[in-house]
Design a protein around this ligand. Structure first.
Ligand code: TXA
Ligand code: MG
Length: 346
């Protein structure tokens, strides 16, 4: 299959390109498209066969539901049932934007799209190309992150090409994504609104807008029945071994240096401030620890770079205390598959 690349400008996407991509979606095909978080692998969310194509292209387990992308709030009413008052409050403040809301679905969305669940995850992305694509395709678009299942999510079209060239019908390319990690997911079908995956928006900001308590179960390993089925799978993982080093920042470089061996191609993921501690070693700098946004934005491309550079063993410093540290740490904990090194100064 030839994968068509539709290159567009982020601020002013060419509508002719978008229309061509939308035609593919209407015919039941697969088009990857940019959002402000990561690139998504899109198909018509109302078409069960199209949704199945997403699962087979990604190699994604069929019990792992997809997020449905919309371009107007009216579409929420068209695909859900039940009270929308909480969803409206969140939408007024956070949409378009990196927040996904789970509601009870109606029959407009087939179970193939929701991994067999009777709920549906919905989000309105803050990206012109994505909003135009949804509007032009005259449907709602199911889209997981556009990576082969288990790999780091894509933050530019080249990452999507790496995983899916020749496998999907098209890719809309508008450059690098602004945020770089996936949306916050909040479940509104439970009595108390519950955060299932952390992201750009944290518990306090959601609580403030809803005017009620919110529970956060993200990052908790609930192996048997996690509320967001996708959270039980290893994810974001590079091919080599990744070890997440936790502890006081000042103690971390010494601990890492004492572990490095000469038998494996080894690297260290660090911040600008600590780079100097690893002179002579292969280092990937995510950004300044004073700028969590930068660290978050460089995370996935760095994890992919490890594979490109054939790194066999990588120690990654802990970023829990930077801004967006919770969302960053949740991803790193999954990427290292439980491989931690805990450092103490005694
Ligand atoms: O930022 C994002 O959210 C990106 C962009 C493309 O929009 N999308 C994304 O999709 O990250 P994906 O499929 O990689 O992650 C979706 C997560 C999975 O963990 C899945 O299990 C969960 O959302 N999810 C989807 N529908 C759900 C539902 N009805 N109930 C519980 N969890 C759900
Ligand atoms: Mg994903």
């Amino acid at each position: 299959m030839l994968t068509e690349i539709f290159k567009v400008n982020k601020d002013n996407p060419d509508i002719n390109m978008i229309t061509r991509a939308a035609r593919i979606i209407s015919k039941g095909g697969l088009v990857a498209f940019p959002t402000e978080t990561v690139y998504g692998l899109g198909a018509d969310a109302k078409d069960p066969l199209a949704a199945q194509k997403i699962y087979s292209a990604k190699g994604r387990p069929s019990d792992n539901p997809l997020i449905v992308h919309i371009s107007t709030f009216k579409q929420v009413g068209e695909i859900t049932k039940g009270d929308l008052s909480r969803a409206k409050k969140l939408s007024d403040r956070f949409w378009p934007g990196p927040l996904t809301i789970i509601l009870k679905k109606n029959d407009a969305i087939p179970k193939e799209t929701t991994g067999g669940l009777d709920t549906v995850a919905i989000r309105m992305p803050d990206e012109k190309a994505a909003l135009l694509l949804i509007a032009e395709s005259k449907t709602v678009i199911a889209a997981p992150s556009a990576n082969i299942s288990g790999r780091p999510s894509p933050t530019c079209a080249n990452h999507v090409i790496e995983d899916f060239e020749g496998v999907i019908d098209g890719i809309i390319d508008d450059g690098h994504t602004r945020i770089g990690i996936e949306s916050t997911i909040i479940d509104l079908t439970s009595k108390v609104p519950t955060i299932l995956r952390s992201g750009y928006y944290d518990m306090l900001s959601l609580q403030e807008v809803l005017g009620e308590d919110v529970i956060d179960v993200s990052g908790k390993v609930v192996k048997d029945a996690p509320r967001a089925p996708g959270m039980k799978y290893r994810h974001y993982a590079p091919k080599g071994q990744l070890i997440l080093v936790k502890g006081e920042r000042k103690d971390i470089p010494k601990a890492i240096l004492s572990k490095i061996n000469n038998y494996q191609k080894t690297a260290i993921i660090t911040c600008k401030e600590n780079e100097k501690d690893y002179l002579g070693h292969k280092v990937y700098v995510l950004g300044s620890e004073k700028r969590g946004e930068e660290i978050m934005n460089n995370l996935y491309s760095t994890l992919r770079k490890l594979d490109e550079d054939r790194i066999e063993l990588c120690y990654c410093e802990d970023f829990e205390n930077v801004e967006y540290g919770k969302a960053i740490t949740e991803r790193l904990e999954k990427a290292c598959g439980g491989n931690f090194l805990r450092v103490s100064d005694d």
